[in-house]
Design a protein around this ligand. Sequence first.
Ligand SMILES: NC(=O)c1ccc[n+]([C@@H]2O[C@H](COP(=O)([O-])OP(=O)(O)OC[C@H]3O[C@@H](n4cnc5c(N)ncnc54)[C@H](OP(=O)(O)O)[C@@H]3O)[C@@H](O)[C@H]2O)c1
Length: 271
Amino acid sequence: MQVIEAKGFKLPLVGLGTWTLQGRDCTRLVEQAIRVGYRHIDTAQMYNNERAVGEGVRASGRRNEVVVVTKVQPTLLAPHDLERSVKESLVSLRLDVIDLLLIHWPNPRVPLAETLGAMAKMKREGYTRAVGVSNFTVALLDEAVRVSPEPLVCNQVECHPYLDQDKVIAACRKHGMAMVAYSPIARGQARGDELLSRIGAAHKKTAAQVCLRWLVQQGIAVVPRTSKILRLEENLAIFDFELSDAEMKEIAGLARPGGRIVDWTYSPKWD
Ligand SMILES: NC(=O)c1ccc[n+]([C@@H]2O[C@H](COP(=O)([O-])OP(=O)(O)OC[C@H]3O[C@@H](n4cnc5c(N)ncnc54)[C@H](OP(=O)(O)O)[C@@H]3O)[C@@H](O)[C@H]2O)c1
């Protein structure tokens, strides 16, 4: 599995997204994903599946080879809440350490420096090996880098061909951070796309594979989710072909206003 290296941390380019996966099905998928070669599993406190994810990781027998990412809920970003919730995450996961801990969404009610101070403390005290952020705009990213006591490894944001994320990609590069694409196949929309299917046919690949390849070929990590064992391998088989410059450009042309799936201004009830 190819990795992207940021701030000395190695993040496998393809991870398994686990949002909506629950219980035994989730455990089975995580275990099977690791069996077929995944080395990066993406969960979050909000997904309510850390227990099932942890079980799958342990059942794989390859815990030490896998990067487990979890995210702190935006309502728990005050230092005391954050520290308590991270300890709870570890209990749920039943792992000794989280590999990469992210702020799930910024919360304007809690000063960023305080949250990042608490994240750094979690790292220093051995609860997580690395820290990063998710859903951070360019401006927030600049601020986070300025005030974080520990290096920030990544920014995980919505990214797929229907959404122009060039500015945030450039900001990640500027700060030496990994860009991680969530909803990388646009929640399945890529599947029926005419252009992606046509390019896929030329490479004997599916539209979803072309979509994922377009991202990893730009050095962007991806965390596609599937509930189907068969698709685990499909979403991983994207390292044996290359898109031409013309194909890369054509796919970038799919970006359109309103292409965003997850509302960037989404604000959970902060109280
Ligand atoms: N940080 C954040 O705020 C944030 C927000 C959203 C998501 N995420 C993370 O990113 C992960 C992925 O994003 P997502 O779940 O929103 O969407 P996604 O991975 O873009 O799409 C998932 C959908 O695509 C389908 N699919 C998967 N592989 C396919 C293939 N090869 N061909 C055709 N269809 C395929 C799945 O259906 P089947 O199950 O039927 O295969 C599912 O309906 C999440 O699970 C989560 O871990 C993070």
